[in-house]
Design a protein around this ligand. Sequence first.
Ligand code: SAM
Length: 228
Amino acid sequence: MKIDAITIFPEYFAPLQLSLLGKAQESGLLSINVHDLRAHTTDVHHTVDDAPYGGGAGMVMLADVWGNAIDGVLHDDADLIILTPAGRRFDQQMAEELSHAKRLIFACGRYEGIDDRVREHYSQTQYADRNIRVREVSIGDYVLGGGEVAAMVMIESITRLVPGVLGNPLSLAEESHNEEGYLEYPNFTRPKEWRGLEVPDVLLSGNHGAIATWRSSQARERKDTNSN
Ligand code: SAM
């Protein structure tokens, strides 16, 4: 899978070099390239924004600069993800769907966001015919200062589903947020007793049937307590 992220703060993406994602890039399973939007400006001040038509607070990011940056990384068969709190809510099902994508491009907004003509332009038939899909995506119902953190949330949850990225693929079985809205049971490890708290006896019993029954009842209980 190839991933491009466009931002005015490329440094934000440094953590993607760590842990499993760092290893997956070293092994060639993933390629993640971060691009500085300001490299696509045409004036001496490297301007990326201007006041909104119609008035109002804040600044809007320039369609022209974004168009140049996106054109520089656009390939056939790609998903262009425009991050915005007004987008479709990201969830595990979307992560699963996008884990099969060949190429993901993340457009990270700042200020009041990106001139809407960028979304409109890349949604035209000439791009659809090249299998280029535009998605406006929100990672949740709150407003961040920029799309960088949102892009990293998406990249981490999507890429861990790409075969070979996780050391043990069985970790993906019985995970929280599957299609049935399952939430995983609580987990414990050594020691058996910690600060007066004991590991539930059933987990020490060696009785796999009883353990499975206990875990599914705990998972149901968690769903009742923690589901929004
Ligand atoms: N004025 C916009 C609004 O009310 O919808 C909010 C702009 S926000 C301050 C700046 C940028 O942060 C957005 O363009 C987007 O890229 C990113 N952003 C903020 N919240 C987000 C969220 N929940 N999901 C995805 N991206 C978000």
